[in-house]
Design a protein around this ligand. Structure first.
Ligand code: ISE
Length: 336
């Protein structure tokens, strides 16, 4: 593609779809949003109006088939991700699919099969923490040998307020899926087993989950603890710590000024994920566009999307059995 402008179609114009559309239009070099689609047409039209009059497609298939659309960003409902990503792959169009890649391992395997059939990487998965400076700094220090072999990873993922419908299953596939990917990305070896415990939000609904913890064991013997708090009451935070043979690395706190006033020192905490990861979403979009222009693949792959679902599946099995569950994954294809 060279340095031509990449015309992007955005499917799903809710919170994250709107952020991606605005980033692609206003904060990314070499990209333009030319088409959008959402089952809520009014919502799509509102985002299109902010995209210099991008077209609003009636159907997903129309947008993917549109000859003026070079690449597709999928930000629709989680359950629709796999089907739409497969359609983009089969149309030969690069696709950035928001996490999760699918809601079941079987659907993630279908995406893998579609991509393997083309012999090239077309799909990227929206695990944007790989583009967060604090995570990248920790990754670089660890992989640079600063603390020797990694022995344990701890992550804390805090959401500000509880969504009543969330169950341990949806917390794992929609929220903890980020922490699962981060653990797989940061730690040198693959996850071997997962053990889940959680605190229900409502004792009358035992599957509801306001706080959850996934204990991981990795192939090299390292361990992990991924904690999710869905009802912090104070704001949004994501922290990662890795203990190594000779030290410990912690992600830097999100930069915010210290306010000294009336005898105390306070520092703001981001209200939610759009603010905490604003720059990471921009860098993720720019990296995706640059890769398309260079006819290359970049960022988390469909294999990463599949493996995060495999670990999520083992975690949900553990929630059902009350025991640690082993990871059951396919052989990693050479393409990845
Ligand atoms: C949301 O979909 C995200 O991706 C956020 O990063 C995460 O913190 C939140 O829990 C998810 O619901």
């Amino acid at each position: 593609m060279g340095s031509e402008t990449i015309n992007v179609g955005v499917i799903g114009t809710g919170a994250i779809g709107g952020i991606h559309a605005e980033n692609l239009m206003r904060r990314t070099i070499g990209a333009k949003v030319v088409a959008l689609m959402d089952i809520d047409r009014e919502r799509a039209e509102a985002v299109a109006a902010a995209c210099d009059g991008a077209r609003v497609s009636h159907e997903v298939s129309d947008l993917i088939a549109d000859p003026d659309v070079d690449a597709v960003l999928v930000a629709s409902t989680d359950a629709s991700h796999a089907e739409i990503t497969i359609a983009c792959i089969e149309a030969g169009k690069p696709v950035l699919c928001e996490k999760p890649l699918a809601t079941t391992v079987a659907d993630a395997e279908r995406v893998l099969r579609a991509e393997l059939a083309t012999g090239r990487r077309l799909a990227q998965v929206g695990f944007m923490r790989e583009y967060d400076q604090a995570h990248k700094d920790l990754y670089d220090l660890l992989r640079g040998g600063a603390i020797g072999a990694a022995l344990k990873i701890r992550s804390l993922h805090v959401n500000p307020r509880f969504v009543r419908e969330l169950t341990i299953d949806s917390v794992i596939t929609n929220s903890l899926i980020h922490d699962i990917h981060s653990a797989r990305w940061i730690m040198p070896s693959e996850v071997e087993s997962a053990y889940v415990q959680w605190v229900p939000a409502d004792q009358a609904r035992p599957r509801s989950a306001r706080l959850a913890d996934i204990q991981l064991v990795f192939a090299d013997g390292a361990i992990g603890s991924l904690e999710y708090n869905g009802d912090s009451g104070y704001g949004y935070e994501v922290k990662v710590e890795v203990t190594g043979e000779t030290g410990l690395i912690s992600t830097a706190d999100h930069p915010s000024p210290a306010l000294r006033h009336s005898g105390s020192v306070t520092r703001a905490i981001t209200p939610n994920w759009p603010q905490r990861f604003a720059q990471a979403y921009i860098d993720e979009a720019q990296d995706w566009i640059n890769a398309i222009q260079g006819n290359e693949a970049t960022g988390p792959s469909a294999w990463d999307g599949y493996m995060s679902l495999v670990v999520a599946d083992a975690s949900i099995r553990s929630a059902n059995t009350g025991r640690p569950e082993r990871i059951v994954a396919s052989e990693k294809p050479p393409l990845y």
